[in-house]
Write a protein that binds this ligand. Structure first.
Ligand code: NAP
Length: 309
């Protein structure tokens, strides 16, 4: 941190064991990162919500000083998109000031910070129909999205050795055990098996992304020293309606699926009509293509079967 700079690079003759503080370790992404870390003789210190509170100066300072990491990976966030509309301060405290606390500590201590943001930083442009790159101007529509964007700015301005990774539509196996707020795939399988008919929005274009693939790309990127802002999703694009159809087809779930509009669904927070992210910069940095969302979905469905049967 990249992951090799402090820990795996023994070229100066002084082997040092890199310490990685993994915040949000029990969430979907944190769980999948734990499966592939440590690398190169590094040591991972998992920090769940019980070990660190991002909304507290004291907790962040005490946890990080105690762990004394060379690298901090922050997977924790306030992800309740609709609830954030009624309580924007709670979202701002965790998603904006939380990363600010981390970035100040990491910047002051010359530590690498890997932080995750969201495709929802885009969406104001209602006519957009081609993937967003990292140089496109953001336009958040909701309190959650604004809080994530502000978090990005704090990390980028306070910590020189940063990776800010925007991602989208996450699903990971940890949700089956109750991590985070669940995920779309699990919700569809549950509802599809329970109901005769289901309506799902068809006018939000995005790229569902498996946390297993996100974790792998994160590690590949963080092993470089190519710090900066990246878009990290599976490749391709779809809608929530088409994703649901694909899940039901592959899982042989018989349910009538009907498309509805975002307006008809009536969620409290606005969602981007189009938030597909270009992964070209990421793929150039890590030197490999990112798997298609269909491939990632099949691997997830195959991996979950033994866990739920
Ligand atoms: N999920 C998505 O669809 C999506 C889409 C785009 C971007 N992202 C971003 O991707 C990252 C990973 O998301 P994820 O889906 O893996 O998250 P997740 O499963 O919801 O896990 C989030 C973790 O953060 C912890 N946490 C929440 N508030 C905290 C606080 N104040 N202090 C410390 N820990 C706290 C939670 O612990 P408790 O549950 O115990 O509170 C949980 O373990 C996040 O930055 C998220 O914003 C997610």
């Amino acid at each position: 941190m990249g992951l090799t700079h402090h820990c795996g690079d023994f070229s100066e003759g002084v082997p040092t064991k890199m310490r990685i503080a993994l915040i949000g370790a029990t969430g979907q992404l944190g769980t999948d990162l734990q499966k592939i870390l440590p690398l190169d003789g590094s040591e991972v210190v998992p920090l769940g919500h019980q070990q660190i509170e991002l909304s507290s100066d004291e907790s962040v300072e005490a946890s990080l000083s105690d762990v004394a990491p060379d690298c901090v990976i922050n997977c924790a966030a306030y992800n309740l998109v609709d609830k954030a509309e009624e309580d924007p301060v709670a979202a701002y405290e965790v998603n904006s000031l939380g990363p600010r606390r981390l970035a100040r500590w990491c910047g002051t201590n010359d530590v690498t910070l890997v932080h995750f943001s969201s495709d929802y930083v885009f969406g104001l442009d209602a006519t957009r129909n081609e993937p967003y790159s990292e140089i496109d101007a953001p336009g958040p529509q909701s309190a959650y999205a604004a809080s994530k964007l502000q978090g990005e700015y704090y990390v980028r301005s306070l910590c020189p050795k940063h990776f800010v990774l925007r991602t989208c539509g996450l699903y990971g196996l940890a949700a089956i055990q109750g991590a985070g707020k669940g995920n779309f795939v699990e919700t569809m399988i549950r509802l599809g098996n329970k109901l005769d008919r289901l309506t799902v929005v068809h006018d939000q274009h995005c790229t569902p992304t498996s946390t297993a693939d996100l974790a792998a790309a994160t590690v590949d990127l963080a092993r470089t020293e190519k710090y900066g802002l990246y878009h990290v999703t599976n490749s391709g694009a779809t809608t929530w309606h088409n994703l649901a159809a694909e899940i039901f087809r592959r899982e042989e779930i018989s349910v009538e699926l009907a498309p509805i509009t975002t307006a008809e669904f009536g969620a409290a927070a606005p969602r981007p009509p189009y938030s597909v992210l270009s992964t070209a910069k990421l793929e150039a940095a890590i030197g490999r293509p990112i798997p298609a969302w269909q491939d990632a979905l099949q691997r997830y469905l195959d991996a979950r079967r033994p866990l739920v049967s």
